[in-house]
Ligand binder design. Structure first.
Ligand code: FES
Length: 153
């Protein structure tokens, strides 16, 4: 049985900047992969390490946190806290055998629709390259088998 892999990417976006940037990308009719699903938060400072780890436990193939540019956070330092937490999650992922590239922090303002589309594209490409999240065992095994076939050909 063949299982076709198409990644699921979670974008956790601050409502003041990145979520509005995503909205602008839509209003500008910019194309970005449908793999990306957006979750709005009041500020990236609201995103805890556990939230990101839970997302991976739930099977998301990649997760990115996107907030206001440094110095522009409406709650002063939420985005700085988020950057530190994402860095910690990268370490945890490496320790448990997952690729740290599966998580990333970005800064996208409300006027940067094209940048949001680029971020969505970049994270989808990463997730495609890294393959399915290992918690999705069947899908991962099928993908690995496919990769071996391609390498052997
Ligand atoms: Fe946007 Fe804090 S309000 S990151």
């Amino acid at each position: 049985m063949s299982i076709e892999y198409y990644p699921e990417v979670l974008g956790i976006c601050c409502r003041w900047c990145s979520y509005t940037g995503a909205d602008l990308a839509g209003a500008m009719r910019l194309q970005y992969p449908p793999a990306v699903k957006i979750m709005m938060v009041p500020c990236t400072g609201r995103v805890d390490i556990l939230h990101i780890l839970k997302a991976f436990e739930a099977g998301w193939d990649a997760v990115f946190v996107s907030g206001c540019h440094e110095g522009d956070c409406h709650y002063l330092s939420g985005n700085i806290q988020a950057r530190k937490r994402v860095a910690k999650v990268k370490k945890v992922l490496a320790e448990i055998g997952l690729e740290p590239e599966r998580v990333e922090m970005f800064w996208v303002s409300s006027s940067e629709g094209p940048k949001f589309a680029q971020v969505a594209q970049e994270m989808t490409e990463r997730a495609m390259k890294l393959g399915p999240n290992p918690v999705k065992r069947q899908e991962r095994e099928a993908w690995l088998a496919e990769q071996q076939k391609v390498a052997a050909a």
